[in-house]
Design a protein around this ligand. Structure first.
Ligand SMILES: *Cc1c(COP(=O)(O)O)cnc(C)c1O
Length: 459
């Protein structure tokens, strides 16, 4: 993969248009093969080729800037797409898993990942969770002094081969989306480095514990500029250098620089690229890449967002107050952030006809609505698109991370099926089930179906 940076420039455009072409083919094939239709009016589709390309691009970008032989673990942030086959596919592509809850840890294990490829960052780890991670040999990052106390006890009683670090918050400031900004002065994550006494507490914590060998920061997210992310990583690197200097040896041997690369939701173009980010970091913090430190990254959204599409049938096309409204089966249950915060999370919509072919024709300003019973359940409002008619399909693009895999059970709407696809080499498309659609019986069971009379019998 040494040609990564070159191919990054050479083929960025080809990669985008190939991805768009694969998506169009997949929608058509999903209709043809009956994955999508009147009986299954909404599906999530994942571009397996695109996922493999994104993983290869990530590896190549860091290989191009790190000293030969530098250990690098790219740990996929499972919360971005908590689907076992996705984690397994990435594992096959040489990518580990960053997990932040007992469920995510179980998903990573179900995907076959060994402990050495797992990083546990949950903000509210219980003692049992800490013990499980230590038994597995997974990497652990303590979030705060109380958690470090717990780890002291566990390490005294049973020890562990787990690499362990502390998460710090460099307090470098917010991005454009407050709810997603991890490095503000009052962010809930990690030890706030600029608070009085905090930096010295961190240094002492390392000097007192030979088993503390890593340092973790995750300062980016959608809306955070690359320069702010780089600044957070630079501050963390300086802290590692200070600790190592005061320890008199290389106590911290690995830095985890988190994830948080933003995604372009405005077009098919992948921007910024991993190669751009890795180059910027290697210029801003050269010492981090000279071979003295191992590296861990934790990208989520940037690996998966552009590889996913949610496609929904237009059940009814109507008009209200002179506005065309397509009532589809994709709304708040699969695009929660977009529906509740449409200004912050606008999604591109593509129109397909009843046979799943890209729809052409004059653009009409219309609303693309979801199936939920509240007025704001809109995938897009006042969007210019070829007129969506009954039986057509609307696709919400770039929804591979934090969208259809993150079901919101409003109106007891069923979780849609998720299918991965690859071109079959003969002009067709092959699908594989990633997650089956939720059945109505499952919804009843999960909604207390077997406790129907528990309240009436209570007295
Ligand atoms: C959410 C999260 C990530 C992944 O963030 P993306 O924006 O999806 O890349 C990585 N590390 C930690 C600790 C996180 O909480």
């Amino acid at each position: 993969m040494t040609g990564g940076v070159v191919s990054d420039a050479k083929s960025a455009y080809a990669e985008q248009s190939e991805r768009a072409a694969r998506r169009d083919e997949a929608v058509r094939a999903a209709v043809e093969q009956g994955l999508l239709g009147p009986g299954s009016p909404v599906v999530g589709l994942l571009d397996v080729t695109g996922i493999r390309e994104a993983a290869a691009g990530l590896r190549a970008a860091f290989e191009a800037v790190t000293a030969p032989g530098t250990p690098v673990l790219h740990a996929f942030a499972v919360k971005a797409s908590p689907l076992v086959p996705v984690v397994r596919l990435l594992h096959e592509e040489g990518i580990g898993a960053e997990v932040a809850s007992p469920g995510e840890l179980a998903l990573a294990r179900a995907a076959g990942l060994p402990g050495e490829h797992i990083v546990l960052d949950a903000p509210a780890k219980t003692t049992a969770e800490l013990r499980e991670a230590l038994d597995l040999g997974a990497t652990l990052h303590a979030d705060n002094p109380q958690e470090l106390d717990r780890l002291d006890g566990l390490m005294r009683s049973s020890g562990s081969r787990s690499p362990i670090g502390i998460r710090v918050n460099p307090q470098v400031g917010a991005g454009s989306i407050e709810a997603l900004s991890t490095a503000t002065a009052t962010s809930k994550f990690g030890v706030a480095l600029r608070d009085e006494g905090a930096r010295e507490w961190v240094v002492r914590a390392y000097l007192d514990r030979p088993w503390l060998t890593r340092l973790h920061v995750h300062a980016g997210s959608q809306g955070v500029p690359l320069s702010v992310m780089a600044q957070g990583i630079a501050e963390t690197y300086r802290l590692a250098e200070e600790i190592n200097e005061r320890a008199g040896h290389r106590r911290i041997d690995t830095l985890d620089i988190g994830g948080g690369l933003a995604v372009n939701f405005g077009s098919d173009e992948t921007t910024p690229t991993y190669a751009q980010y890795a180059r910027l970091l290697s210029e801003a913090v050269p010492g981090l890449f000279d071979g003295r430190y191992g590296l861990v990254t934790e990208f989520g959204r940037s690996l998966l967002a552009k590889q996913g599409t949610v496609v929904a049938r237009v059940e009814y096309a109507k008009s209200a107050g002179g506005r065309a409204v397509a009532v589809t089966h994709a709304g708040v249950q699969v695009a929660t952030r977009t529906v509740y915060a449409p200004g912050t999370w606008p999604l591109r919509i593509a129109a397909y006809d009843a046979k799943g072919r890209p729809k052409t024709g004059p653009e009409v300003v219309q609303d693309v609505a979801g199936p939920a019973c509240f007025a704001g359940d809109l995938l897009a409002e006042g969007r210019a698109l070829p007129l969506l008619e009954q039986g057509d399909y609307a696709a919400a693009l770039d929804t591979g991370a934090y969208y259809f895999a993150h079901h919101y059970a409003y109106n007891s709407l069923a979780r849609p099926g998720v299918y991965g696809f690859v071109p079959d080499g003969a002009g067709g498309v092959t699908f594989a089930t990633v997650r089956e659609p939720q059945t109505i019986a499952e919804i009843v069971a999960e909604s207390g179906g077997s406790f129907a009379s528990s309240l009436t019998e209570l007295g």
